[in-house]
Structure formats: C-alpha cells, structure tokens
Design a protein around this ligand. Structure first.
Ligand SMILES: [Zn+2]
Ligand SMILES: [Zn+2]
Length: 449
C-alpha cells in the first residue's frame, strides 16, 4: 500500500478525497494546514501529496517549494495541487513552485486516480534493492504464541507460554515476526545452526507492547559479533521506535544498553506500507489496536503469509448483548463492516492467516474496546477473506491447553457450518508449516502475494 498526504483546510473536500483514496487502497494521512502537512511529509515520506493552494499555516506554493528543497532526502514525491482558482497565473506559479499537476476543484476522482495509478511502487526499505527470493518453498515456525504476558507452567505445555514470535524462512532470508519471549529460544536455535557463522535477520515488529518486544534483549544474535539484525517497525504514537527499544535496555532495567551490543543492530522506521524485508516482499496495514500497530503480509513462493497478532476485528452480526448493541446502530454497523472489509482484503486469499483470537465470544462481551478479537469474529473474517488456513494466535494468558482445545473445536464447527474448506489450528510452540511453490498455473497469483 502506498502512502499519500492530503493537505486541505476544507474538511468536506478532505473527507471526499480520503474516502476515494482509501477505497483505492492508499494509506491516507491528513492535515488541515500547510505547516502540519509539511511535517507529515517529512515524517512519512509519502509517494504523493495532494495539496490545496490557500490554507492556514503556509500556502500550497510554500508546501511545494519546501518539498522540492528537500528532494535529496524526500525523493521525487508526486505533488498534485488542487485549487478553486482558475487563474492561469496561479497555475503557473504552482507549477514553478514544484507541483507536478494543478487541478481545478471540484476535481473528478477519476482524474486523480489516473495520475496516482502511474506512480511506481516505493523503493525497498533497505538501502540496496535486492532481487526477489530464489526459493521454491517457505517454512513457518512458531516460537511464541501467547498474548499479553508469558505463561509457562504445566497448564500451557502443549501450546506454550512464550509471547509472540514467528520465524518465516524463504530461501536464505530469515524474517522474524515480533520479538516476544519466544525470540529467546529462536536465538539459541540460530546460534546452534550457524555455529559461529554470521547470522542475518530481518525482524518485523507489529508494535511495541511488551509481549512483542520483551524477548529482544535476550535474542543471542544481538550479542554476537558479525551478526546483523535489521529491526523494522512503525514509529510509536509517543516516541520513536529506537527510543522505545532502547528504553527497555536502559541501565535501570537491563545491564547492557542498545548502544553496547556486539551485533550490528539497525532500527529502521517504516515510512511506506509496501517494502521488502531482505528479499521478501512485505505489505503492512494499520490494525485496530491501541497505539500504532501493524499487520504484515509476506509474499512467499508458497503463497501469502498474513500475520495480524493484535487487532480487534469488529463484531460480525450475531445476537449481541445489550452493552454492545448500545455502541452502535446501523451507521456504526456499516462502518464496522467497512473496517473488516479492509482487513479481509488485506488477507485475501492468503495461504496462512495468523490472527488474533484471544477471547471466547463470552469473554469478548466484557472486553469490547481492548484491541483484541474473539474466535467467532476471527473465523468469520478468515471466511470473508477466503484464506486457506487460519492459525488462532495471541492466546489469552488465562487460557490453559484444554481451553484452547475447546476454542479450536468451536472454530472448526463455525467453519464447517459455513460449508467452506477452511483449515483451522491454534498456534503452538514448535509447530511448523511448510509452503511449497504452487503448480505453474497458480504461481503468478502466489508470487504476487
Ligand atoms: Zn499483544
Ligand atoms: Zn498490543
């Protein structure tokens, strides 16, 4: 998904643009004045900017000039100026200030779409632009499957007590999804496998809640000379990704600081929602969870792998308890289904969908708005997205092995009653999934995922 910044002081016009752009799968960031818009452009480095000419803060002319003055850093952002002025002088001045296109309001959405469709995909997240992976298969291995807090003990031995960490191997590329406590045993396994040879890992963080980062200080490759760990994630709502990761290794809580590690650690904040981790193509989506949280979709030779450990899927229609009904009438139901539709489109046709299924439907009734999903909604989203295989993930710390067994049985009943062929399992530590390249006829779709 490409990012666009829309700067316009007219809420109605911004609203129309945002609706249209989101429907065309753009990640839209908005500002209602020129100064805020410029700050967003600098932070997010979008592929395109749509900008009004006359607005508070600073004018669209200045926005264009400021973006072009930082071309080395921001790249060739496509700038579309929209204006109510049809004076030729204004148009000329906007073009001279750096606009690529000047369109007169009201601008037909089709005219903007035509321009935006021609913008190429952004560059990869890394400085190099490596070739796509050369591999016939991918392997997924689960190292941590629990949400919220680690829960070791006799009641969780079968599914495991470590918090979230999933390894995806595609050829030589090692992509690690989240750094919960499960990343510690992964580090040990890598150390044994590589036996002193340098280890290179791409670590994708969905967000910085404890259960997703707490294992990182204990991931042995960060302490090994010659290892290289690229940490990719979005900036937080309050501070940068590097600052949050460094804080959990501050000397008051951990003996070794982020700046004292023997391995080569690079923390790279994402500015685009489509990039590569090593040679593996990745798409990202913002999920419904407190703070700034992403879901990821990895393109592998065996099909798409979607990882969405923390998201509150909007309740699908079913008999609702009064408390939930009070939250919404028809309008919020429409909005809910729109939000689910975005998630379903993101996961559409995935080979493996690893998704938040923390609660039972009964538990969820008491935890609406906590940012996690109940298994019933997770199954319905998987059915809507027509994924092949659903992996229930982010198990609640209070759920023992027997409870998770019951969740799986319930999920399978729901899927069976819908008549589909959806395969469902609960994530368990040590579980592996091997994805083989599809036969020739299906391979274009698989590689495009
Ligand atoms: Zn979590
Ligand atoms: Zn979280």
């Amino acid at each position: 998904m490409k990012t666009i910044v829309v700067i316009d002081d007219e809420p109605v016009i911004r609203g129309m643009l945002v609706r249209h752009l989101e429907a065309s799968r753009w990640q839209v960031i908005e500002a209602d004045n020129g100064n805020d818009g410029l700050a967003l452009v600098a932070n997010h480095r979008p592929a395109a900017v749509i900008c009004d000419l006359l607005m508070p803060g600073t004018t669209g002319f200045n926005v264009c000039r400021a973006i072009r003055a930082r071309r080395d850093e921001l790249g060739d952002i496509t700038i579309i100026v929209t204006t109510g002025s049809s004076f030729p002088g204004d148009r000329q001045n906007a073009l001279e200030a750096g606009a690529n296109h000047v369109l007169i309001k009201p601008v037909p959405p089709g005219q903007i779409a035509e321009i935006l469709d021609s913008i190429p995909l952004p560059a990869a997240a890394g400085p190099a632009d490596p070739a796509p992976p050369v591999a016939d298969s991918a392997r997924i291995r689960f190292w941590g499957v629990r949400g919220s807090i680690a829960t070791p003990g006799p009641e969780t031995v079968r599914y495991g007590g470590n918090t979230t960490c999933v390894e995806v191997r595609v050829g030589e590329d090692i992509v690690v999804l989240d750094a919960g406590t499960g990343i510690r045993p992964l580090g040990e396994a890598l150390r044994r496998e590589f036996a002193g040879r340098p280890i290179s890992v791409q670590l994708l963080l969905t967000h910085t809640h404890w259960d997703h980062i707490q294992g990182l200080p204990f991931f042995s490759p960060i302490h090994a000379r010659g290892s290289s760990i690229t940490v990719l994630g979005y900036e937080g709502a309050k501070q940068s990704l590097l600052k949050t990761l460094s804080a959990q290794m501050d000397s008051t809580v951990f003996p070794i600081g982020m700046d004292q590690l023997a391995g080569n650690i690079v923390v790279r904040e994402l500015h685009e929602l489509e990039f590569r981790a090593g040679r593996v193509p990745v798409q990202a989506i913002f999920t419904h969870h407190p703070g700034v949280t992403l879901g990821y979709r990895l393109g592998t030779p065996g099909g798409g792998v979607v990882f969405m450990p923390d998201t509150e899927i909007m309740p699908f229609p079913r008999p609702r308890p009064v408390r939930i009904q009070a939250n919404g009438g028809d309008e919020s139901d429409d909005f809910n289904s729109y939000k689910n539709q975005l998630l379903a489109e993101f996961a559409s046709g995935a080979e493996v969908f690893i998704c938040d299924a923390q609660y039972t439907a009964e538990e969820y009734e008491r935890r609406v708005g906590w940012g996690h999903s109940c298994v019933d909604d997770t199954v319905r989203l998987a059915l809507q997205a027509k994924v092949k295989r659903l992996i229930l993930f982010h198990h609640d710390p209070t759920h023992d092995d027997a409870t998770i067994d019951r969740l799986v049985a319930h999920a399978r009943e729901l899927a069976a009653s819908a008549g589909g062929a959806l395969q469902i399992d609960a994530a368990a530590e040590g579980m592996e999934i091997l994805l083989q390249r599809k036969p020739r006829a299906q391979s274009p779709a698989a590689t495009a995922q």
